[in-house]
Design a protein. Sequence first.
Length: 373
Amino acid sequence: MIIRTDHEILKRITYERTCVKYVRIMAKYDTETKYIYTRKGKKRSRFIVIPGVPVKSENTMPRAVRTVLHALSYGGIEVDASRKLADIKKMDPMRIFYKTLDAEVYNGDYKVPVRLFFPNEEAMENGAASGKKPPVILFFHGGGWVTESVENYERVCARMAQSTGQIVASVEYRLAPEYRFPVGLMDCYAAAKVFYTNRFLLNTDPDRITIMGDSAGGNLAAAVCMMARDRGEFFPKKQILIYPALNNCYTEESPFESVRTNGTGYLLTAEKMEDYLKLYESSPKDRQNPYFAPILAKDFRNMPDTLILTAEFDPLRDEGEAFGKKLKAAGNRVEVHRIAGAFHGYFALGIKFLHVQESFEYMNRFLEKEEQE
């Protein structure tokens, strides 16, 4: 039985008083299940059970998890506080074991820091040898174009290098609001150009480079690939987008249902996304630029082979999947996988988490297939 409102049910009960005894979320229901009892004088009726909408049990999030997520899913962005919270991730006792090398590339007169993460000692030695051209993942971190850093993503990138067996090059692009669109994008593009034209300290084969990003970094990865195609300066062969932010609107006007269904209560909120866009844009007209919002592009032809991973409980889910459909319709090779039960940001969790393990299974299969062709 599906009940539209509690008020309609209460009107149908003819007792003098009607009370909600207690509320409980049952595993087999997506919405609250209410147990209502009524009184007439001193007599109490039996419980009246008003169930919610039945759903498949495998898609139901545990009540404790939902409660914690709701508490953490506040709206609005305060830049300094958000950056300080993100910087907590710098306190990583394992960082002394990571095999890294710091370098720089130029975007005009500005030096863009790049940190290399090697899967092992052998890769570190071979990567610097003149005759070797190892596979490379060129990575742009997430954080709403406003927070996070290469240092905050050290554990993610080190784990990625170990899990894929590839060198990960993490780019320290400049952040908004100090540096608004397109500054961060052009830092990423400059780094990509250096790698693809083999002007970096590593010997690089453009066919063995994968552009990758998560969230806002997925936006930058997609935009860099579009810009490279449009300018013709280099030609990325493959990209991996992890729950990418690709659209220009996260209000009720959004065409994507996940913005409404997942826009509150799952860590990343629609309100936060709107704030991130306002901090990233130089002016409102930027929102119509396909390098700002890649899903708005008119031409999706001649894009790299693409792997897109989305999260079930993420406001960005539907736009990532729609982007994949647009790429595929234009004749590109595309894989799109929705990680069931996951929410935005899961990729930064430890390798022991099943959602992360599932993601690396898709990634390694994609990378291995590309290497064989």
